[in-house]
Design a protein around this ligand. Sequence first.
Ligand SMILES: Cc1ncc(COP(=O)(O)O)c(C=O)c1O
Length: 347
Amino acid sequence: MALPEHFKSTNAGGGVIQDSASSASLCGVLAGRERATNFSSDKKGCDGKLTAYASTQAHSSIEKAVRIAGLGSDNLRLIEVDDHFALRPEALAKQIEQDKQNGLTPCFVCATVGTTSSNAIDPLGAIGKICRQHNIYLHVDAAMAGTAALCPEFRHIHQALELADSYCFNPHKWMFTNFDCDCFYVADKNRLIRTLTIMPEYLRNKPTESGAVIDYRDWHIPLGRRFRSLKLWFVIRHYGLEGLRHHVRRHVELARDFARRVQASEDFELAVKPPLNLVCFRHVGGDEFNKRIMDQLNQSGLLYLTHTVLNDRFTLRLSVGQTHTQARHVENAWRLLQKTAAQLQQP
Ligand SMILES: Cc1ncc(COP(=O)(O)O)c(C=O)c1O
């Protein structure tokens, strides 16, 4: 997946399997908070001056993490995005500088690779440079889209990932793995462990103390852990790398095929060019009409569409990522959409 070498546990970093991207991002916020305060907020709590940054399109789990970590949602800056719904680095830089001038302490930036609403890919290189310049922790949330990097032709999504302090993606979203399974990598495992470690007597053991084993208890929020790596191992063994790539490529191809149909139609339009396997589109008949199309289709039991709002407009979303989705399913979806819209237009 073109993950940086320093994420490996043979180097300063390491990876751990968690339940969800939400938990992984929370760990990122906590590690960033402790880095900025030299591990004092772990003991004394937050002083109300720590600030965090993500785009307006970042997943709600980032705000939840900022709340749980005690920064407060008022201290989360939602940075504006460009025409492709990707974070604008110059707006990020400006906000950080302004906050510093106001005596605040920027401690955490989240860049998203594949936003939930539209699959937008934030520019990691430019964001990473800003974080380095201001010594701010950078977490990359690739919950949904990260899997695409299995294919060399989609690896551009991870360009400049070496500038990140942590990264997560969810095999339970687009890698055919049963819920739950999130892979979380850090560049500096000692910082994460120091952030989360508490050592009561009853947890002391020789294998951990001698360094014979990696003890993951301080790499995430809970103490105990499920054996998630087993099911992931089975998935990887079952499909093999080429099998996984085959499905990812196929899904992107099917999504692009659907997008071409939308583009060629007079009644529907794309909200944005789909970067990978998620197509955001709408009927030209306006918000209320699109809501009616979605409700009717979802009630039919034949197709399930989700929605979002992009540029203040109600937007339909079709995601191709299920293990057994084939061309005929996508063709049927398109036919049903056209039929439903035509029926609803009848007087
Ligand atoms: C970009 C992104 N980040 C985070 C999440 C949250 O994932 P989880 O349910 O694993 O916490 C989602 C879920 O849709 C997502 O799309």
